[in-house]
Design a protein. Structure first.
Length: 77
């Protein structure tokens, strides 16, 4: 059960952090090509954001495991 809760916490933290990191380093081009949205970024840096999100999520999960945080204790009472 603890493995399932750790995986669930990792996924939830990952998605929250990913949406927080998405708007970072976004630059809208001055000259918009035809067929593109005006607000479309020139370089979204998705791979960097994916890696950073994964590393930060793993670090948060590591500290939660280190300090003994477990959701199963909450639901067993």
């Amino acid at each position: 059960m603890a493995l399932f809760t750790h995986v669930l916490i990792f996924i939830l933290v990952w998605w929250i952090l990913f949406f927080i990191l998405l708007p970072i380093k976004i630059k809208v081009p001055q000259k918009v090509e035809s067929g593109h949205a005006k607000s479309a970024p020139s370089k979204p840096y998705l791979l960097i954001k994916f890696i950073a999100t994964s590393l930060i999520s793993a670090l948060i999960l590591f500290f939660l495991i280190l300090f003994g945080f477990d959701l199963s204790n909450i639901f067993n009472k």
